[in-house]
Design a protein. Sequence first.
Length: 154
Amino acid sequence: MIRAAAGVLVLALGLLLAPPGRALLEVRPLAARVNDDAGLLAPADAQALEAELTAYEGETGHQIAVLTVKTLEGEAVESFALRVAEVWKLGDAKRDDGVLLVVASEDRKARIEVGYGLEGVIPDALAARILREQMIPWFKRDEMGQGLRAGSRR
């Protein structure tokens, strides 16, 4: 009996003293088409990108949003982008035709998350190619605004 009680006590203390699990980065509500939480964009670049995305949505009905964060705090960019897309509910609800561009500057990670309604137009392979060929070259030159604009135009 004493041995069992001691075992329970050791287990309880272990749980109390164990380091906390990694918390997921909070997804805040959608505020605008361009959400530069990492502060990567010059104000003029953010305004120009916001105007382009607004015009694109008016022409096509497809909604594109941009989110920059400093770090993903250990979470995979794919799962973070999916969580954001689920909270933000981009695009038309029936067509599921939204697109999310995520950049985590300190982690050097980026992702284009495409709604099911646009996967025929922008499959994963094309999204990866847009990142690799259109966006990342600009990011390497520290031209975040140009990179995001190039990615959103494709």
